[in-house]
Design a protein around this ligand. Structure first.
Ligand code: SF4
Ligand code: SF4
Length: 440
């Protein structure tokens, strides 16, 4: 009997890293085909929240005007979300929201700390005139300054959500996430959950969620699902990572917890994509989406969209099943980035650094700068790091971190380069968005 993509994921741990990844990807493609043949209702779904790679030229003619072709139930919420949904991290143009709605997008993910509330305002303007019940609006328990701490009082948490309501111009949020959660203290903070309960009683909030993409993602998601307090989880999920996540996603599905994927493009490293032919480059985002959505335990995906051309490109992947060609493309990408890409959730080098440089965070900010064009966010994040914990500490260091990295990353060289990129022109705090955890 053909294995499902889920079963294939589980088997990945049985293999060594490189061989196992290749085998897994191939089986995932076969499993996706088998699912389709068995009459699987949902052939694709994807969600990611982030600016993905762009074509250098205009969209392919076959992409222009593309529309959502698949909607999938989001756990117990009773809502069927567009498989490819709208991440509002870069949103500034309300017309883009209107265009997305016209094309079938019905799930929007925003946050107060995206563009210092600008994203929520643009979203609010964009959804005006659309029947509210047609849409699913997700935001975060945050302010323009960033995450609320675990000991934030109930009134502050409620005020944060009420601020989102004013900016979006709506009576209720469908979902509020504890954003970029990396510890159980914040995940289970009594004041957050008390505030959520009161907001629900008042009809201002329907569901509670948590998002995570850090080294503790699996522990956070396991606790979130087991706690029974969360209706939706939003997880970093892309081809070939998070080996322990599959059990969690299965349990989430069994308990009616919705699963939304983000960061599905695995960095979309332009250095690697440069090695691709133009046709391969054009297919990369859609292949990555198809892989994510081939897992039936993923309900949808959020990706940052900041242009009509991206709408064309991404929505062309809606409802499209994973193919063997997609898998081959993703394998090639994996080979190209093998010694260059810092794995989210790894963190194995962190304890080796005498200067306590947050290596994974700094490399993520470098990705924001170099591959996602989030230059200001990257610089702002780096500027907030204590000077003694920046890449400048690497110059006189024998780099014990590199021996601790199982993926052979040249960490010192990368951090020195990142320091040169990010340190010279830190933004003033007043203009720097704290959205250091853009979900895409
Ligand atoms: S090279 Fe840099 S990151 Fe690595 S251990 Fe030394 S100071 Fe830390
Ligand atoms: S640099 Fe290497 S060891 Fe450190 S978090 Fe990234 S992949 Fe893991």
């Amino acid at each position: 009997m053909a294995r499902s993509p889920t079963e294939d994921l589980e088997r990945r741990e049985e293999h060594d890293l490189e061989t196992g990844r290749r085998d897994f990807l191939r089986r995932a493609a076969a499993g996706a085909v088998a699912l389709g043949a068995a009459g699987c209702e949902y052939t694709s779904q994807l969600f990611l929240v982030r600016p993905a790679p762009k074509r250098s030229g205009p969209p392919l003619p076959e992409w222009v005007g593309s529309r959502v072709r698949a909607w999938r139930p989001l756990g117990r919420t009773g809502f069927a979300m567009s498989d490819i949904s709208f991440g509002c991290a870069n949103l500034a143009d309300p017309a883009l929201v209107r265009a997305a709605i016209d094309r079938g997008v019905n799930y929007f993910d925003t946050s107060p700390d995206y563009s210092r509330e600008g994203s929520e305002r643009a979203l609010g303007e964009g959804i005006r005139g659309t029947r509210r019940e047609r849409l699913f609006i997700a935001s975060k328990f945050c302010t323009a300054e960033g995450h609320l701490p675990a000991d934030a009082p109930v009134t502050a948490v409620m005020a944060a959500v009420e601020g989102s309501l004013r900016r979006v111009g709506t009576d209720y949020l469908d979902l509020a996430h504890i954003h970029a959660c990396n510890d159980l203290e914040r995940l289970l903070a009594p004041t957050f959950h008390e505030a959520a309960a009161r907001l629900r009683e008042q009809g201002k909030l329907r569901f509670v969620g948590v998002s995570s993409h850090n080294p503790r993602l699996e522990a956070v998601m396991r606790a979130a699902v087991d706690s029974g307090r969360f209706d939706v989880v939003m997880v970093a999920y892309n081809f070939g990572v998070w080996p322990g996540l599959q059990d969690i996603l299965r349990d989430a599905q069994a308990r009616g917890v919705g699963v939304v994927a983000m960061k599905t493009l695995k960095g979309a490293r332009h250095t690697a994509l440069r090695e691709f032919t133009p046709g391969e480059r054009d297919s990369f985002a859609q292949a990555a989406f198809a892989w994510v959505l081939s897992n039936p335990q993923v309900n949808g995906l959020v990706v940052s969209i900041d242009s009509e051309a991206q709408l064309d490109e991404y929505l062309a992947g809606s409802g499209v099943p994973l193919t063997a060609a997609d898998v081959a493309l993703l394998e090639r990408y994996d080979r190209l980035i093998a010694n260059d890409w810092c794995r989210p959730g790894c963190g194995q080098c962190l304890g080796a650094c005498p200067a306590a440089v947050p290596i994974d965070d700094v490399l993520r900010w470098a990705t924001y700068y170099e591959h996602y064009r989030h230059e200001e966010i990257a610089r702002a994040a780096y500027a907030r790091l204590a000077p003694e914990r920046r890449g400048s500490a690497c110059a006189s260091c024998p780099a014990p971190c590199e021996a601790a990295c199982p993926h052979g990353l040249p960490i010192r060289a990368k951090l020195e380069r990142t320091h040169a990129l990010l340190a010279p022109r830190p933004l003033p705090a007043s203009t720097a968005p704290l959205g250091l955890c853009v979900d895409a």
